[in-house]
Design a protein around this ligand. Sequence first.
Ligand code: NAD
Length: 251
Amino acid sequence: MKLDGRIAIITGAGSGMGRAMAQEFVANGATVVAVDVRTDPVAETVKLLDDGRSVAQTADVSSKADVERVVTETVERFGRVDILCNNAGVLDDYTPAHETTDELWNRVIGVNINGPFLFSRAALTPMLEQGKGVIINTASISSFVAGGGGAAYTSSKHAVLGLTKQLAFDYGKRGVRVNAICPGAIHTGMTGHLMTTEGRNPHVDAAIAATPAGRWGKPEEIAHMALFLASDDADFIHGAAFTVDGGWLLP
Ligand code: NAD
């Protein structure tokens, strides 16, 4: 199996893509430390994994103390950290800048970019000691274009790509590979409301209709890419951003 014996920390594992990644990784031999700020959903993920090894951790990725606790406890329990998926994220409900409160800005930046920085910094210590590690950041099509979110979301996802590139540049020669996945519109907890009558967003509807795929993506379709990037099959891939977006960025 592609991830036999590997230890993977996955954030945002209580829902959507993070849960799908956890399932894909365990199905391929990994043990997962499933992290989410919501306790019950992440406990449910571990129940679904049902492998007798993976564990749930309630933690806020924007909290340095929480992040350092998760990495320390992972190393204490499993002896290593092979894979880190910085996947937790929050949307800003497409709020334009002039309506973005300090609270909203700080929350989105805190989760979407401070989180990946804090977790990467903490996990790099064991990865550098091991001389091997993989970091996968869930970025977005909003890492390239406007319209997939509001000011805070788009800014945060652009920053995730910057972090991905710099980490790849700084640590590749020391055995740590860092890449990003850039999903398009994926049907998850984050976007479910956009399919309801009240929650529909005309820009999103039109953008999806214009894609070659012409449909929403599924969390498993992102997890397949995460598995590839986490595995040794991707050994020559550093600092890359893979769009898995049904062709959203084509036009
Ligand atoms: P989701 O809402 O289904 O899952 C995100 C999970 O992150 C939730 O379980 C939530 O509780 C958790 N989370 C939120 N804040 C957290 C925090 N501070 N600490 C720890 N966990 C926290 O959403 P999803 O669509 O699966 O999103 C996964 C990632 O994909 C996010 O980074 C998101 O920005 C990105 N993304 C999503 C889409 C999409 O269309 N769904 C598109 C592009 C990128």
